[in-house]
Design a protein. Structure first.
Length: 386
C-alpha cells in the first residue's frame, strides 16, 4: 500500500497493544480508518500473536508443564516460559515495525514453513480421486499414518504431513506419560481442530495444508546423521578432516551396498514356517529366536529388540504409561514387513545384536573364570601331593 493515512497506520499498530480487544476492529463496517484491508491484516496477525501468549500461559503457567525438571538449579518450566515469552514479544515488535513501515502480508507469513498446495496424485494412477484424498487425510491421523508411510514416503507433501503428525503425537504422548493428563487433552483438542480444518480443505478445495519440514531428516536417516557427526569430529581430532556431505555420501553408498547384498542373500533364504503376524507381538515373538535364518530375519531382530526394550522398561517402570512410546516404532515397522524385508529400525535394530554381544562376552568371561579356577585347583592339588 502507498500513502496510507496516519490514522489507519495508528489503528494497525494499536491492534498489537490491545490484547484480544482489537479483534473488534474486524467487525467495524462504518469507520473507514478501521474497515480497510491494512488494519484487518494487522488485526488478524495481532490476534494470532495474542493467542500464542495465551497458549504459553495455559501450558507452562496454568498447567506448570515441566516444573519438576531442574536444569542447573533452575526449573525447566521457567527457562522455557522466559524464552518463549521473549521470542513472542520480539515477534510482536517485529510486526509493529512492519505496520509502521506500511507493509501488508497474509497471516500465515508469520511462519514461512506453513504451506497450502494443490493435492497431487498420491498413488501415481494419473487420476486425482477419493483414494488420494483419503490417503492425505489419513496422513494427519497419529499411528495410522505411520503404518501407511512406507508406501508413500517418496511423496514430499505427505512425508512432511506425517512428520508434523509424528512430532505432535510424540509431544502429546510425552506430556501424557508425564502425568499432565489435562494438558495432553488440551493439545489433542487443538490438533483435532487442525485436522478437521485441514481435512475439509482436502475434500472441498483439494488443497493440502502442511508444514515445510524438509529441513528435518527422516527417521530412517537419523542413524546415518549421528554416525556422520561422530566420524566428522573423529576425523577432525585425528587431522583427517572431511566435509560433512562427503561423509554422508560415503555412509549412504555403504548402506546401499550392504542393502543390495542383503537383498541377494534374502532371495536364497527360506520363508519362516511360523506366521509373520506373531512377529508384531512383544514377548510372544521370542519364538522367532529359532527362525532367524529366514527371509524375515531383519524384521525378527527389530521386534525382538522391541521385546528386550519392553522387558527392561517393565523392570524399571512396571505398569507405567511409558509403554505408549513403543507404539511409534511398532506402527512404523508394521508396513515395512510387506514393503521392505531389509528394513532395520534406526537404533532399535542394534539392541538385539548388542544384547547378544554382551551375552557372548559374559559367557567368555565365565569360561575363562572356570579355566582359571580349575587351574588353581590343579596347582593346589599338586602342592598337597608334595
Amino acid at each position: 500500500m502507498e500513502n496510507i493515512h496516519q490514522k489507519i497506520k495508528a489503528n494497525a499498530i494499536s491492534a498489537y497493544f490491545m490484547l484480544f480487544i482489537s479483534v473488534l476492529f474486524l467487525f467495524n463496517k462504518t469507520n473507514p480508518y478501521l474497515n480497510n484491508e491494512f488494519v484487518k491484516n494487522h488485526t488478524k496477525t495481532a490476534f494470532f500473536i495474542h493467542l500464542i501468549f495465551l497458549l504459553i500461559y495455559i501450558v507452562f503457567i496454568h498447567f506448570w508443564l515441566f516444573k519438576t525438571f531442574i536444569f542447573f538449579w533452575y526449573s525447566f518450566n521457567n527457562i522455557i516460559v522466559s524464552t518463549l515469552f521473549i521470542l513472542t514479544f520480539w515477534l510482536l515488535i517485529y510486526w509493529i515495525y512492519r505496520a509502521n513501515h506500511e507493509q501488508t502480508f497474509k497471516i500465515w507469513e508469520i511462519f514461512k514453513f506453513v504451506k497450502s498446495e494443490k493435492l497431487i496424485d498420491v498413488d501415481n494412477n494419473q487420476v486425482l480421486d477419493e483414494k488420494d484424498k483419503l490417503t492425505v487425510i489419513l496422513g494427519y491421523i497419529p499411528f495410522i499414518s505411520y503404518i501407511i508411510y512406507p508406501n508413500f514416503e517418496e511423496n514430499r507433501s505427505l512425508r512432511d504431513t506425517i512428520k508434523l503428525n509424528f512430532f505432535v503425537s510424540l509431544l502429546i504422548t510425552i506430556v501424557y506419560i508425564s502425568w499432565y493428563t489435562s494438558l495432553s487433552t488440551f493439545f489433542i483438542l487443538l490438533y483435532i481442530i487442525f485436522v478437521v480444518y485441514a481435512s475439509i480443505n482436502v475434500v472441498l478445495k483439494s488443497e493440502v495444508i502442511s508444514f515445510n519440514l524438509s529441513f528435518l531428516p527422516r527417521i530412517k536417516d537419523s542413524e546415518i546423521l549421528l554416525k556422520t557427526w561422530v566420524l566428522y569430529l573423529k576425523n577432525y581430532i585425528n587431522w583427517t578432516f572431511k566435509p560433512v556431505q562427503a561423509i554422508i555420501e560415503e555412509l549412504r553408498v555403504k548402506n546401499l551396498e550392504s542393502r543390495r547384498i542383503e537383498e541377494e542373500n534374502i532371495k536364497n533364504m527360506q520363508i519362516s514356517k511360523l506366521t509373520n503376524k506373531l512377529i508384531y507381538i512383544p514377548i510372544l515373538n521370542l519364538i522367532y529366536l529359532f527362525s532367524l535364518d529366514t527371509k524375515y530375519r531383519n524384521h525378527i531382530i527389530n521386534w525382538l529388540s522391541l521385546t528386550i526394550i519392553t522387558i527392561i522398561l517393565f523392570l524399571i517402570y512396571p505398569f507405567s504409561n511409558i509403554f505408549y512410546l513403543l507404539l511409534f516404532p511398532i506402527c512404523f515397522g508394521l508396513w515395512y514387513i510387506k514393503s521392505d524385508l531389509t528394513y532395520k529400525m534406526p537404533f532399535i535394530f542394534h539392541v538385539f545384536n548388542s544384547f547378544i554381544l554382551i551375552k557372548n562376552k559374559l559367557s567368555n568371561l565365565k569360561s575363562k573364570a572356570t579355566v582359571i579356577k580349575n587351574t588353581v585347583k590343579e596347582e593346589s592339588f599338586k602342592v598337597e601331593e608334595k
